[in-house]
Design a protein around this ligand. Structure first.
Ligand SMILES: CSCCC(=O)C(=O)COP(=O)(O)O
Ligand SMILES: [Mg+2]
Length: 248
């Protein structure tokens, strides 16, 4: 079966980057520096925009069990409540645009100081370069903000590899489990869904992409959650991106 699609759309965590890098390095970095970051950046325009999103998300979340509210104002209690709300969202690995935007801004310092280096599996760059040579366009779609994605690639363990990617997409296109999000991405890049191959480690995301009319392949990387046998049985499952070149 040839690789017919011209657009390769990649999930990041669990697909081209290890889940361990995200859960054991990126997320703990945020938890560690969060208090200092908020103290230092509270009055910055960029943080005030992040705060506006966090407050809007808090209104949406207010009925969720265990919800941690954000106090109004700019005093110590307000700052403490923001920290506690962010830690609560992170505890449940919430994929809200508000949390993801703030995390991206916090990781920027870590990447620029050299403390963070974006992880990529070793097969990723050689295969993406070959696919690019074959005329394929490479895009990413992650719950991580587009800025967070760009930092990961600019400051990757292989140096700045951001030029391989035509564009990054995040939850501003919609949640990854919703078919509409894939239609939005297709519209953004002016192609039919049938011209997109979406690679992911999450069956629900693959199913949403298929419903939208895209093709989808599942990644089974070491350290990923085991794939549900029945639900994943209708998909091709690959262990590394090398297998994409074999279906040329
Ligand atoms: C762009 S790196 C940060 C990844 C992240 O925050 C995340 O939630 C991972 O989500 P993905 O959609 O890439 O599985
Ligand atoms: Mg993933």
């Amino acid at each position: 079966m040839p690789l017919n699609e011209n657009v390769i759309l990649l999930d990041i965590e669990g697909t081209i980057t290890s889940i361990s890098f995200v859960k054991d390095t990126l997320f703990p970095y945020v938890s560690t520096v969060l208090e200092d970051y908020i103290e230092k950046h509270w009055n910055d325009e960029s943080f005030q925009q992040d705060l506006e999103l966090l407050r809007a998300q808090a209104v949406i979340d207010s009925n969720v069990e265990g919800f941690v509210p954000i106090s109004s104002g700019n005093d110590h209690n307000a700052k403490k409540s923001v920290i506690n709300n962010v830690l609560w969202q992170m505890k449940y690995d919430k994929k809200t645009t508000a949390l993801k935007q703030l995390q991206g801004h916090i990781w920027k310092d870590g990447y620029e100081s050299g403390l963070l280096k974006g992880h990529l599996y070793e097969d990723v760059l050689p295969v993406l370069n070959k696919l690019t040579d074959l005329g394929k366009k490479i895009y990413t779609y992650s719950s991580g903000s587009t800025e967070a994605q760009e930092y990961l690639f600019q400051y990757s363990m292989y140096g700045d590899v951001s030029s391989i990617f035509s564009k990054y997409f995040d939850t501003k296109m919609g949640p990854k489990g919703s078919e509409t999000s894939y239609i939005n991405i297709a519209n953004e890049i002016n192609v039919n869904c049938s011209d997109i191959l979406f690679l992911t480690d999450v069956v629900a995301e693959a199913e949403a992409a298929i419903k939208a009319g895209c093709n989808s392949i599942l990644l089974a990387r070491p350290g990923n959650a085991p794939l549900d046998f029945e639900k994943s049985s209708k998909f091709r499952i690959i262990k590394t991106l090398d297998e994409l070149l074999k279906i040329q």
